[in-house]
Design a protein around this ligand. Sequence first.
Ligand SMILES: [Zn+2]
Length: 242
Amino acid sequence: MSTLLMVHSQMPLSPIPEKMDTAHYLQGKFEASEHPDWFAEVPAAYADRSGHYLRKEALAAFVEMAKAAKKDGVTLKIISATRSFYRQKSIWEAKWTGKRKVEGKFLPKSHPEAKARALFILRYSSMPGTSRHHWGTDFDINHLNDSYFLKEPGKSEYAWLREHAAGYGFCQPYSAKGSLRPSGYEEEKWHWSYMPLAIPLTKMYAHLLSDQDIQGFAGAESALSIGMVAAYVEGVDPKCYE
Ligand SMILES: [Zn+2]
């Protein structure tokens, strides 16, 4: 039996945690640490700090993958995992208001018009309520910068993931943009997603929620004109969505 099948047969695999409101879950309106039946903290050996949570099924598969990588001399550490709506709101609004610069720019000045400002932030950061990080199925590995993965050790780490991650159920949703992935975030070599949960959750999101449901933060009005659900929530690599 493959590692992946063993992991699955030992664990419940329901996309939405029991007793949680589906829309609230999909939009990250909960704290992972308060749902110990469904989320677990990433052990210190596999993370850059304490306090990262993942869905239990995703964490079990990640640990198997990280152990196998280690045998090949590749270290995989999680540097960001589940993020709530409220956490994403503070990240988004810091960029929106200029409290935090984005690619060296103070956005209220460089991008005064709402839609253009939102699109600039959306190169790498998601709107609160639309992030795959809300679900506990997705995480960032080792470094949040493309240049890290173009030289060693990042280059070998990424090559290892490209070759092996699918065998553990993982996929890179934000692959290079092009004809297969025309819309959405820029490429993120560090962001990986646990497909057995993330595929049904992406489909549920697209069926149950619309651009009008993306609310509650500065700049939310631009969700409608951008078409957030179609362009960003569904703007993933087709391999990660079928
Ligand atoms: Zn990420």
